[in-house]
Design a protein around this ligand. Structure first.
Ligand code: TIU
Length: 222
């Protein structure tokens, strides 16, 4: 049994049953002219976690543990994009519109790509997801079961939207979930703090949280 120093108490797991899920570290959320910016957000906060996410990914790779990446995106014909999602509010660009990084949040466009420093390796699973949660309308649960994964570490953006939604989906499916506090970010500092607090409240009602350094210590020697 391995151990990661976490809150609200230690996170325990058996060797190869743990995987890292990196949520939506895409240019569309981190760079001007993308989806995040179209919603009126200051996207500069997102880039600050890139070195920490990279460190976490490299730690999992060195320990020969699975790294799974997700991308929020839609098919070019928008057949997997609910009109309610596309039409909501008054963004400067809607999903599928042509912006400075190509069509916003459309698979294969430059803006939808994962930030180059965090690019997946050819052997790593990449889950394209049409929703905020990574389990909705994807093969993620099947992939995890196929590899005997029961414990998940989460990083990525944004903390209270896609990361928290996916953690809640995973928790309801019976996975033990741990959020890397310093490898996740939000457009809103107070929402990140609140999400971390609500995830680990009530005896880890949704999951645990820990720093990247503690996670790397815990996965060493797996
Ligand atoms: N807008 C926002 O905070 N997030 C998203 O739309 N998607 C993800 O969190 N990936």
């Amino acid at each position: 049994m391995h151990n990661i120093k976490a809150l609200p108490f230690d996170f325990k797991f058996d060797g190869q049953t743990i995987a890292l899920i990196v949520i939506d570290m895409q240019r569309d959320f981190a760079e001007p002219g993308g989806f995040g910016a179209s919603l009126g957000n200051d996207v500069s906060r997102i880039g600050t976690i890139v070195p920490t996410v990279k460190k976490l990914i490299e730690g999992f790779r060195q320990a020969q543990l699975s790294v799974i990446h997700t991308m929020e995106c839609h098919l070019p014909d928008l057949s997997d994009c609910p009109p309610a999602k596309r039409n909501r509010g008054s963004p400067t660009l809607r999903i599928g519109d042509v912006g400075p990084m190509g069509r916003v949040l459309i698979a294969g466009e430059p803006g939808t790509a994962i930030i180059s420093e965090l690019a997946p390796l050819p052997n790593e699973v990449v889950i394209k997801k049409p929703g905020k949660g990574a389990f909705y309308a994807t093969r993620l649960d099947d992939e995890l079961k196929l590899h005997g994964i029961t414990h998940l570490v989460f990083a990525g953006v944004t903390t209270e939207v896609c990361v928290q939604t996916t953690m809640r989906e995973a928790n309801d499916r019976g996975y033990d979930c741990l959020l890397a506090e310093d490898a996740t970010e939000s457009y809103f500092a107070e929402f990140k703090t609140a999400a971390i607090d609500m995830i680990r409240a009530q005896s880890a009602i949704v999951g645990w949280t820990a720093t990247t350094d503690e996670i790397l210590k815990g996965i060493n020697n797996v």
